[in-house]
Design a protein around this ligand. Structure first.
Ligand code: 13P
Ligand code: SF4
Length: 444
């Protein structure tokens, strides 16, 4: 099953490929701008260097010990787009139902077209669960998504991440040691964290965004907490407030702030926890008064969106509908017409019956694909600079061809396995989320 773009009769064909757009910019065939011309190189050029690689998070600090990808064999590095496309199709045909390929909305078009399922991180994790017959789940996304698929899939199923360097800089902003230390300090400020008051509420419930390591999901599971996604954050916060006086929300400060603000929590009751500062840079009094303690994490893709871009879109496109992802900063969400998850954005465009101009604040691969899929609308990214998520972009079709051909040869490369001591409590936190709000159907 692959996506085919069927333009409406008379519509202009639009190329949904960010890779082509970048190649055109670098070759001087386009006057658009990209954040770095390094994006035109193959990701293998960066596999041997530290850092997240070129793109939105290239300036972020990568933790020591972050997974690195070994050298991709030369045949895949030198193959043309057409050759890789044909190799992927052939390998998938040989493997048949033994393999399922999952593609996140932010993946390149050249990868997404081979996916059996395309969706957001949570939809894809549950899609994996729905294919117990598949021996291998090839997850074209980032590391925490592959871990979640491993948690929710059968023990015999292998989850494969085509490029091990495809992490997530936001997920990396909360490591388990920092979170454990924060928990100890909160106990100093708030008293024993596992003791409920006379209304049955404990001092603090930890809530982690799906974009976090399995170790953090395990921590949350061990401490009565829960996972959320960008599509169910409000439901999850309601769940947490029914059980605790406060929430410790990580790693994304913006999703936490935007969601809690929409629920009526005043900003002054949302102190920030910066793991590099004593008391997180807050004070014990502020922590006692808090409703939501926000971890100092952010997404470098969504941080690129500004109120100025929205003002410009409104000035140049009267009547434009501005939709942004809730990982954007609060003032951007406030200035937009709507904010919602990747799947919300997709569904909003799909549901528009009249030709509409949409300015979208999320990752460029999804925006370009939507523009190609819905040529009856004008759809553009608020950020005029072509700057994909660095780590999503590490999955090039060369890696997909490589892992599929390895599977054909009876080998399982790049397997992502969560150890049992982490997996058991991590599943608890995911099951709590599933019970709080069932997933929407996967996009296809
Ligand atoms: P979704 O949960 O919507 O898939 O988003 C994942 C992500 O990385 C957003 O930046
Ligand atoms: Fe992580 Fe942001 Fe990339 Fe999503 S878009 S994978 S949150 S860095």
């Amino acid at each position: 099953m692959s996506i085919t773009f069927l333009p409406a009769p008379g519509a202009r064909p639009i190329d949904g490929s960010v890779d082509h757009a970048i190649q055109d910019i670098v070759a001087g065939r386009s006057t658009d701008a990209t954040c770095t011309t390094d994006l035109a190189a193959g990701p293998w050029d960066f596999d041997v260097r530290p850092g997240y690689g070129p793109g939105s998070s290239m300036g972020d600090v990568i933790p020591t010990g972050a997974p690195r990808q070994g050298e991709l064999p030369v045949a895949y590095r030198e193959a043309s787009e057409e050759e890789l496309d044909a190799r992927i199709r052939t390998a998938k045909q040989v493997l048949g139902d033994r393999v399922v390929v999952l593609g996140h909305f932010y993946q390149r078009e050249e990868v997404v077209r081979h996916a059996d399922y395309v969706g957001d991180s949570f939809q894809l994790a549950t899609a994996a669960k729905g294919r117990p017959d598949a021996e291998a789940i090839v997850f074209c996304g980032v590391h925490f998504m592959a871990e979640t698929a491993d948690l929710l899939s059968g023990p015999e199923q292998a989850v494969v991440l085509p490029n091990l360097a495809a992490g997530c800089s936001m997920a990396d902003m909360a490591d388990i040691d920092q979170v454990e230390e924060c928990w100890e300090q909160l106990a100093d400020a708030l008293g024993p964290l596992d003791v409920a008051d006379d209304e049955g509420l404990v001092p603090v419930i930890p809530v982690t965004y799906m974009n976090s390591s399995a170790a953090i999901k395990g921590f949350v599971g061990r401490h009565g907490g829960i996972v959320c996604t960008s599509s169910n954050a409000q439901t999850v916060l309601e769940w947490a407030f029914a059980r605790g006086r406060r929430v410790l929300f990580f790693p994304d400060q913006h999703l936490g702030r935007n969601t809690a603000k929409a629920m009526g929590v005043p900003l002054e009751r949302m102190p920030m926890w910066n793991p590099r500062r004593p008391w997180g840079g807050s004070s014990p009094d502020a922590l006692v008064d808090a409703r939501v303690i926000l971890w100092h994490g952010f997404c470098s893709v969504h941080r690129r969106f500004t109120v100025g871009q929205i003002d410009q879109a409104r000035a140049e496109h009267p009547g434009v509908r501005v939709i942004v992802h809730p990982e954007c900063p609060m003032e951007v969400v406030d200035a937009a017409d709507e904010a919602g998850s990747t799947d919300y954005i997709r569904r909003a465009i799909d549901a528009a019956t009249e030709p509409t101009t949409f300015a979208i604040g999320t990752e460029i691969n999804l925006v370009k694909r939507l523009a190609a899929q819905y040529p009856q609308h004008e759809i553009f990214c608020l950020d005029p600079v072509v700057c994909p998520c660095s780590t999503m972009y590490r999955i090039h079709p060369g890696y997909l061809a490589w892992v599929l051909e390895e599977l054909v040869a009876g080998r399982t490369p790049n397997r992502i396995t969560v150890p049992a001591d982490v997996a058991d409590p991590a599943r608890v936190s995911l099951e709590r989320m599933l019970a709080a709000k069932p997933p929407a159907p996967v996009a296809r």
